[in-house]
Design a protein around this ligand. Structure first.
Ligand code: DON
Length: 558
C-alpha cells in the first residue's frame, strides 16, 4: 500500500507541471496500464533515458497485464535515437524449440489437432522478452537493469488491484487456467474468478524478475529459473530443453521504411509482417486521392488494398532467417501499381479469385503496446505479446511466468487458419529455432512538422488499425483522434470486412454490400492503441490512450 502511495505521489509530482529540477526534461508515455506509465516516468526521474523507460514499462506490463505480455512471451521494440538518426528494431520474438517440427500439431491423418497450439506447454515457444530487456538496458540504457526493473518487482510483490477489464479477459481463459494448478493458484481463487478490485500479488514472478535484475540473461536462460521452466514444461508434455533457453538470442534488425504522402514511415521488419503489409497497402492507396474521395469509395479502397497486402502476407512472409522474403518487390511502388491494375473502384475483388477459399474467425483483444517520446525526439514503439489472453494458460511451477502460445502464429497446415483466421504456407511453416510470423506493428511516423509513435494489440487486425490511424495522421489530426478512429479490417481470407459498429453508416453498409463485399460486425470494439506525438518546432508533446482500454497517457516533466 505504501509503495502504491509512493507511486501515486510520484505521478502527482511528475504530472503537476511543477519542474522537479531546474534543468527538467519532458517526455510523453502512453501505455495500457496507469502503473506501467508511472513506472516509465519513475525511471526517467532517476536519470534514465527513453530506452530505460521502455525496459521499465515492458517489465511493469508483464506484471500488470499477465494476459497480454510477459517474461514468458516476446515482442518488438522499435528504437530511434535523435542525435544521429540511428534506428533499429529489437526482435525479441519467441522461437520454436529445437525439437519442434512442421507436423507437430497434426494427428496421424494429417489434420490439425484443435487447441494443441493454443493451450498448454506444447503451445509455448522459447521466450524472448527477458533477453530483449537485458539487451536494451545494456546497449541503450543509462541505468542498470536492476534500476529499470525495480518498479515491476515492487508491483509483483505488493500487488495491484484487479479491474473490470482484467476480470473480463480472465473469464475468457479461466477454464483453461483451471486445468493447470500452478496457473490456477495465481490467477484464480478456489478455481473461481477473484473479486473485482481484489489485490493480485505475484511473489514467484517477483523472484524471477529479481534473478533477471541480478544476473542479467543468465538469471532467466540458465540457473534456477531455466531449470524450473524446463522441468515444468517437460512434465506437462512440452519439448523445451536447457539448450533451447541457452540458444535464445535477440536480434537487431533494420526496420522497414516507406513514404506515404510525404510521411516517413518506420515500422516492424520480419519476423513481423506488420511493416511490410502496412507499407504495401499504403503504396497501393498512394494511387488514389483518398482525401477527396467520398467516404464509401475511400473505405472500399482501403479494404481492397488490405486484401492484396494480406494475400502477399500469406504467400511470402515468415522468419527472414529461414526463408527468402522478396522485401524489395513487396515494398516497390511499381509492384503496387501492378496490384492497383486489378482493383476496381466500384467493385470488390473476390479473394477466391486470388487463392483458395478458407473459412475463418478472429477474436482476441490482448497483447500490449506502449509508445514513448522525449522532447528531443528520442523514441520507442513497442508491441509485446503472449498471443492469446493469458498465453498458453500454463505457468511453470515456481517461476510465476505464464508461457506464451505463439506456436499458433505458425502455419500448422498449409491453408488451415490459425486463431486469427490467418492462413499461409511454407514461408511460415514450423521449423526448429524459427520465429513465427507476427502482425505486431510498432510504428514511427514523421512529416515536416510532427513525429508520431503508435501501435496496438489486436492480432491480424493490428495492421489495419495502424493503417487507419496513419491515414488520420495524414489528415492532420493528433493522437487523441488516431486512437479513436472507428475500425474496419480486411485480411484477404476470410473474404469479409470486419467492422466496429461506428465504422460505417447504414448507407455505406449498403454501398459496400452492393459492391460485392461481405460484411461482419465485430462482436465488440477492438484494439488498445497507445500513441504519442512531438511537434518538432515547438517541442510540444501529446499522448493518447485508446478509450476502448484502460490505458493511461501522460506528458510529464522529470
Ligand atoms: O504476433 C502476433 O501477431 C500475435 N501473436 C498478436 C496477438 C495479439 O495481438 C492478441 N490481441 N488480440
Amino acid at each position: 500500500m505504501l509503495n502504491k502511495l509512493c507511486a501515486l505521489l510520484l505521478i502527482i509530482s511528475v504530472f503537476s507541471g511543477a519542474p522537479l529540477y531546474a534543468d527538467s526534461h519532458k517526455a510523453a508515455i502512453a501505455s495500457a496500464h496507469p502503473l506501467a506509465t508511472a513506472a516509465g516516468f519513475e525511471v526517467l526521474a532517476k536519470g534514465g533515458n527513453v530506452y530505460d523507460a521502455a525496459v521499465a514499462v515492458s517489465a511493469a506490463l508483464a506484471v500488470l497485464e499477465p494476459f497480454g505480455s510477459g517474461l514468458g512471451g516476446g515482442g518488438y521494440w522499435l528504437l530511434h535515437r535523435q542525435k544521429d538518426g540511428f534506428e533499429t528494431m529489437i526482435d525479441g520474438r519467441e522461437k520454436a524449440p529445437l525439437a519442434a517440427h512442421k507436423d507437430m500439431f497434426l494427428n496421424k491423418n494429417g489434420q490439425v489437432i484443435p487447441k494443441l497450439s493454443i493451450d498448454g506447454a506444447l503451445a509455448a515457444a522459447i521466450p524472448g522478452l527477458p533477453a530483449a530487456l537485458v539487451h536494451i538496458a545494456e546497449q541503450y540504457g543509462q541505468l542498470t537493469l536492476a534500476e529499470s526493473l525495480s518498479p515491476a518487482i515492487r508491483y509483483a510483490k505488493t500487488g495491484f488491484s484487479l479491474s473490470e477489464r482484467y476480470l473480463k479477459i480472465l473469464k475468457v481463459r479461466a477454464e483453461v487456467l483451471n486445468v493447470y494448478p500452478d496457473s490456477a493458484a495465481i490467477f484464480l481463487t478456489g478455481g473461481k474468478l477473484p473479486e473485482l478490485y481484489s489485490i493480485l500479488r505475484q511473489p514467484d514472478l517477483a523472484q524471477t524478475l529479481e534473478r533477471l535484475a541480478e544476473s542479467g540473461r543468465d538469471g532467466f536462460y540458465s540457473g534456477a529459473t531455466a531449470d524450473n521452466l524446463v522441468n515444468a514444461v517437460q512434465k506437462a508434455g512440452g519439448i523445451w530443453t536447457k539448450a533451447d533457453l541457452e540458444a535464445y538470442q535477440v536480434l537487431e534488425r533494420e526496420p522497414v521504411k516507406g513514404v506515404y504522402q510525404g510521411i516517413k514511415i518506420t515500422s516492424a521488419a520480419p519476423s513481423s509482417s506488420g511493416g511490410i503489409v502496412l507499407i504495401e497497402a499504403l503504396n497501393i492507396l498512394s494511387g488514389y486521392d483518398l482525401q477527396h474521395s467520398d467516404e464509401l469509395t475511400r473505405k472500399h479502397l482501403i479494404a481492397e488494398a488490405l486484401r492484396r497486402a494480406f494475400h502477399d502476407r500469406s504467400l511470402y512472409l515468415g522468419d527472414a532467417d529461414f526463408i527468402d522474403i522478396p522485401v524489395k518487390r513487396l515494398l516497390n511502388e511499381e509492384y503496387a501499381a501492378g496490384l492497383r491494375s486489378s482493383l476496381r473502384v466500384d467493385k470488390a475483388m473476390p479473394s477466391e479469385l486470388m487463392s483458395g477459399e478458407i473459412k475463418s474467425q478472429s477474436e482476441g483483444t490482448n497483447t500490449t503496446h506502449f509508445s514513448i517520446i522525449d522532447e528531443e525526439g528520442n523514441r520507442v514503439a513497442a508491441t509485446l505479446s503472449v498471443n492469446f489472453p493469458f498465453g498458453s494458460a500454463f505457468v511453470a511451477k515456481g517461476t510465476g511466468v505464464l508461457l506464451n502460445d505463439e506456436m499458433d502464429d505458425f502455419v500448422s497446415l498449409p491453408g488451415a487458419m490459425n486463431g486469427y483466421g490467418l492462413i499461409g504456407g511454407y514461408a511460415n511453416a514450423i521449423a526448429p529455432g524459427k520465429r513465427m510470423l507476427s502482425s505486431m506493428t510498432p510504428t514511427f511516423l514523421e512529416d515536416e512538422n510532427h513525429v508520431g509513435v503508435l501501435g496496438t494489440p489486436g492480432g491480424s487486425r493490428i495492421i489495419s488499425m495502424v493503417l487507419l490511424a496513419l491515414l488520420d495522421f495524414a489528415n492532420g489530426h493528433g493522437p487523441e483522434s488516431w486512437v479513436q478512429v472507428p475500425r474496419f479490417h480486411h485480411q484477404f481470407m476470410p473474404d469479409v470486412i470486419e467492422y466496429e459498429q461506428s465504422a460505417f453508416s447504414a448507407a455505406e453498409l449498403t454501398g459496400l454490400s452492393s459492391m460485392g463485399h461481405q460484411l461482419k460486425p465485430a462482436r465488440y470494439a477492438y484494439g488498445d492503441m497507445q500513441a504519442v506525438q512531438l511537434i518538432k518546432a515547438t517541442k510540444v508533446l501529446a499522448a493518447a490512450s485508446d478509450k476502448r482500454g484502460e490505458g493511461k497517457s501522460f506528458v510529464g516533466q522529470y
